[in-house]
Design a protein around this ligand. Sequence first.
Ligand code: GDD
Ligand code: GTP
Length: 427
Amino acid sequence: ATKAVILVGGSSRGTRFRPLSLDVPKPLFDVAGHPIIWHCLTAIDKVPSISEVYLIGYYEESVFRDFIKDSATEFPNLSIKYLREYQALGTAGGLYHFRDAILKGRPEHIFVLNSDVCCSFPLNEMLKLSQEKDAEAVILGTRVSEDAASNFGCIVSDTHTRRVLHYVEKPESHISNLINCGVYLFSTEAIFPSIRSAIKRRTDRPSRLVSYPSSDNLESSFMIDDEDDESRKNEVIRLEQDILSDMADNKQFFVYETQDFWRQIKTAGSAIPANALYLQQAWQNGSDELATPLPNILPPVYIHPTANVHPTAKLGPNVSIGPRVTVGAGARVKESIVLEDSEIKHDACVLYSIIGWNSRVGAWARVEGTPTPVTSHTTSIIKNGVKVQAITILGKECAVGDEVRVQNCICLPFKELKRVSHPIYAS
Ligand code: GDD
Ligand code: GTP
């Protein structure tokens, strides 16, 4: 059997996803009509040997309750459980902490997925490679530009055998443009001993006790770990730094290079490319969830059944309209996400933007962002010499007045924009 783990992180993470993560934990944010982790589950559900999935994170217990309940009906073949870390344990710490639960039923393999990526998740292909190579670990890789590569884990592999020769997490200088997608397949016999030896290496390593001469007390002496004091103190184990490099040296470690789409979902703006990619995937798969193309519905477009879109509004491509949203006559929405209970008044124009829950966009208003090339792996642009967010984002319950123009702005919740907003952090 095979199991899957989705690393969902916790409330101290997802800070770059603000202001959207102020109201919803990032893994549950809707792109293409579904929570980010629903897309992971959909891919996991296509692997016949998986029947158990763990969401591991340090959000409160209640956060995923409704999602898990809904998923039980939607994915009847999967048993989904949330396992809560008592504190952030790092990307491998949770795996280790919950090893008894994970190893129950003796699975041979586990998939580990970062929740904050948007991807076609070619899990069956990874499984196949693993079997062909008798691998102990398979990592999903993708090629990015040289500029972008150092923001990710970098993989040096043998082109012929696909074996991973070196792995360096966010290297300072360029080593490879094949990067870690944050999706792994491990044999259970390899991963847990690897984590155990990483812990052992850490405990064995001598640490320096440095005493700072301080006039009033002696408590100001503390341990300095050459690498990372935090990680030692907190039992944090990082898959990337502590395990993967070592696996490249010592294990049967292979890379499956995807030719399909892949993007990270870090900043709030990155939900726009993710939305576009998942909608395009649904469109290619002939999904019946999407709106029927019409002269003024340019596919792919997702419209929630409870939304009310005026027949003269023009939508798409790459638009998601959430529950109970109203879109007025003559409005234009393109490359955008409009969240629950929002209203776009008549003749308004919303481009490359995210309209937060229960917001209002006035008549003839323009809310605009800027497109970023898919290959750039960033959602910021330089405008008039200043780095600004490419995607305009309205937080929860914002209001844009009639005829007001908002460009490249991030607008915090409950704000009212009555006048023209230039690229600023409207707060
Ligand atoms: N449960 C749990 N506990 N999950 C965590 C923790 C933790 O302490 N820390 C991070 N995560 C989850 C995050 O929610 C996210 O889904 C994933 O682990 C990775 O997050 P980061 O640790 O922030 O790493 P990153 O996104 O900067 O980089 C990772 O992903 C890139 C691909 O998107 C690395 O694996 C890179 O090598 C990789 O290229
Ligand atoms: P396509 O190019 O075929 O997608 O048609 P389009 O011209 O509607 O889309 P485009 O990519 O040009 O981007 C949206 C356009 O809508 C912009 O050129 C806006 O000027 C225009 N627009 C601005 N305000 C409104 C409005 O209130 N209603 C409508 N329908 N369109 C507007």
